[in-house]
Every structure is written in C-alpha cells, then in structure tokens.
Write a protein that binds this ligand. Structure first.
Ligand code: CA
Ligand code: CA
Length: 143
C-alpha cells in the first residue's frame, strides 16, 4: 500500500530536514516535516502515534519510523485510536497485520497479552494476517 513514489517523496523530505545527516529527526524537525506535507495533527494525536512508532525509544525519528508515521497519516483517521494502531502495527505496509506485527505492537505499548488467546483468535479468523475489520474485532475482544 506504500508505493515506490511515496517512498521517494518521503526520503526526499526526510533528507531535506536531516541536513546534518544524522539519520534521524528531532520532534521539532518532524513537526516541520508534517507541515510541509500538509498533514494536520494535534499534539495529542501526534503523541499517541509517536508512542507506537518510536521503535528504538530514542525520541528521535529514524527513516523507517518516519515512513510508518506517514503511512499512518495517509491511511488512518487520527481520531480513531484502533485504526491508528492497525496502521502502526503494519510494519511491512501490506494493509494487513500478522501475528509478529501484532506482538511487536503490544510489546511497544507494554500491553501484556495472553499469547494463547491471540493464537486462538487468529485461528478463529482462519488466516495468518488480519484485515482492519478483524483487527478491530480482536482488539475489542482483548479489552
Ligand atoms: Ca526512534
Ligand atoms: Ca503487515
């Protein structure tokens, strides 16, 4: 769901802002980036997304995290937390969430899940990857 053209644009914007070539953006630079891409997020929405995408917890945004953020901004409604989670979890941008992506997300959010429960739910859906609708059902079940 992320095209090559998207990736090239993101790389261009990222490099423009990362003029010291540190390989990462500060939060302030990130906000500049979002503005230049016409993406409007309020502080709350941005914080919530950042919590899920800052994979190495360094409070800096590396390029892969930057792509994840823009992927979320392109496809998720920022006012819908479950949708944000879904696109945050989808690390290979294929529009579906597999078990590994789900566990990574839970770990990042410090959510302890019963792996047996998750396995059972995946089995119930009868597939290796979940669509957004199924993901939503699963999250609601885990609540
Ligand atoms: Ca980071
Ligand atoms: Ca995926």
């Amino acid at each position: 769901m992320l095209s090559t053209a998207d990736t090239i644009t993101y790389r261009y914007v990222f490099n423009e802002l990362d003029y010291q070539q540190k390989g990462s953006l500060s939060l302030q630079q990130l906000q500049q980036a979002l503005q230049s891409l016409d993406i409007a997020l309020n502080q709350d929405q941005l914080n919530r997304i950042l919590r899920t995408i800052d994979r190495n917890n360094d409070n800096q945004i590396q390029f892969n995290e930057f792509c994840q953020l823009l992927y979320i901004c392109n496809y998720a409604d920022p006012t819908d937390p479950i949708q944000v989670l879904f696109f945050a979890a989808d690390e290979n941008f294929n529009g579906k969430v597999d078990k590994q992506e789900l566990y990574t997300l839970f770990k990042k959010l410090n959510i302890t899940v019963n792996t047996v429960d998750v396995d059972r739910l995946f089995k119930k859906f009868g597939q290796e990857e979940l669509t957004y609708i199924q993901f939503k059902e699963l999250i609601n079940k885990l609540k």
